[in-house]
Design a binder for this molecule. Structure first.
Ligand code: PMP
Length: 441
């Protein structure tokens, strides 16, 4: 018996793997800001303005469409659908984006449905980026671009938006963060395969102007570069600003993939329905990636999103349209949070779009002493301290910078304002109380 036990033990020891199991392409991509900060928020926060999701429900017409899809007569909606997108959804997306872009789109070849915008991005990098290719990313950026480029074997090349001081007495705007044209041009070379554009931009809320987009477009055409255009916040644009689609600029349709998300468009981030729109010669490679990875996304969710778009197509530009109402509502929330942050001295950068805003924490630094030789950027330690000690969750701006640049702008944090009034008021109460504690020792 003892012999059996020892041989079993030595066998199981031998059976343990000793060689590295992880593929090299995962090197350096194991850390993820969301895993860390979502856990912190769940453990400590009483008010969560961290991760980007609304705490209000999606519109009734969308929820009703989901319920109809789920419990209606068409039980085939519980089964597989077409791999590249449920036919009713690709059809209405083709109609909708055809109208926005002023061109005829073929639902079968110019549109592909993905598991959120996240998977659309992943498909793009995997399908287009070759070992050694460079991909230009504008900082600050939605954090997943960098690991996704690296996992595809590419090299991210970063170019920053640089802040200009606002006019005297004015709050800074996301429009004050601009590309330096010469610096941007210097990043393009024969190794450049693609540029990632995110307008409206997460985390700053910057909405790129026509001039800025033309600058990018001209460089793309000159260097024969692709544009991966992440437009998930396309409807969330304020103060009468216009969201301009880079694909509509001269020479850009053939080299651009537009990425969108029902999560952002209809305030239903958990549904994970996204899409790509572009020319067939690009989308055909995204289809190859998609069919060999996820194959397709949940049919009922696609059916409901299709009905949501059908409604929006009929109400396009009318006051009842959700795409008209949502930005109005969010602009009010933005203004409220801007005012609330300004009142306590946490200077906000007023965003032109998205449901995020970035605020300057310099005046609160004395509460969270610096640790001079820490590897962790100051804003990250600040955000952790804030959630643990004040119960308020936000995301450090350094999370949206590449490793080498994380300390360039490390005194800002990002708030999400797609929240119920009560949530924003609770955040305001925390900040007010904090300010009083600071001034009356
Ligand atoms: N792009 C940007 C700029 C985002 O902010 C997000 C979500 N935070 C995504 C893509 C991913 O969108 P989805 O939830 O549809 O995967």
């Amino acid at each position: 018996e003892i012999f059996k036990l020892t041989s079993f033990l030595s066998l199981s020891l031998q059976a343990k793997m000793s060689r590295p199991v992880q593929a090299q392409r995962l090197e350096g991509t194991d850390k993820n800001i969301w895993v860390e900060f979502v856990k912190l928020a769940a453990t400590y926060s009483t008010v969560n303005l961290g991760q980007g999701f609304p705490d209000f429900p999606p519109p009734d017409f969308l929820k009703e469409a989901f319920v109809r899809a789920l419990s209606g007569e068409n039980h085939m909606l519980h089964q597989y659908t077409r791999a590249f997108g449920h036919p009713p959804l690709v059809k209405v997306l083709a109609q909708f984006f055809g109208k926005l872009l002023g061109r005829d789109l073929d639902p079968m070849t110019n549109v592909m449905v993905t598991v959120g915008a996240y998977q659309a991005l992943f498909c793009c990098f995997q399908a287009f980026v070759e070992e050694g290719d460079e991909v230009i990313i504008i900082e600050p950026f939605f954090d997943c671009y960098e690991p996704m480029v690296k996992m595809a074997g590419g090299t991210p090349v970063f170019v920053p938006l640089r802040p200009k001081a606002p006019k005297d007495g004015k709050l800074m705007s996301s429009a004050d963060w601009q590309l330096d044209p010469a610096e941007l041009a210097s990043k393009f070379s024969e190794r450049t395969k693609a540029i990632v554009l995110n307008s409206p931009n997460n985390p700053l809320g910057k909405v790129f102007s026509r001039g800025e987009l033309e600058l990018i477009a001209d460089l793309c055409v000159k260097h024969d570069v692709l544009c991966i255009s992440d437009e998930v916040y396309e409807w969330l644009v304020y103060d009468g600003k216009e969201h301009i689609r880079i694909a509509s600029l001269r020479g850009m349709w053939d080299r651009t993939v537009i990425i969108g998300s029902a999560g952002k468009t209809f305030s239903a981030t958990g549904w994970k329905v996204g899409w790509t729109v572009g020319p067939n010669q690009l989308l055909q490679h995204l289809r190859t990636m998609h069919q060999n990875s996820v194959y397709h996304c949940a049919t009922v969710a696609q059916e409901a999103v299709a009905q949501g778009f059908q409604r929006e197509l009929e109400l396009y530009g009318k006051p009842d349209s959700y795409f008209v109402q949502l930005p109005k509502e969010l602009q009010r929330k933005r203004d409220w949070l801007v005012q609330s942050l300004d009142a306590v001295g946490m200077k906000p950068i007023v965003p032109e779009g998205t449901y995020f805003l970035v605020a300057d924490i310099s005046k609160f630094k004395s509460d969270v002493p610096d640790v001079p030789d820490s590897d962790e950027p100051y804003d990250s330690r600040f955000a952790k301290w804030m959630v643990k000690n004040k119960g308020l969750a936000a995301i450090p701006l350094s999370a949206f910078y590449s490793g080498a640049h994380k300390n360039n702008y490390n005194h800002f944090i990002r708030f999400c304002f797609a929240k119920e009034e009560a949530t924003l008021k609770a955040a305001n109460d925390i900040l007010q109380k904090w300010k009083q504690e600071k001034t009356s020792p």
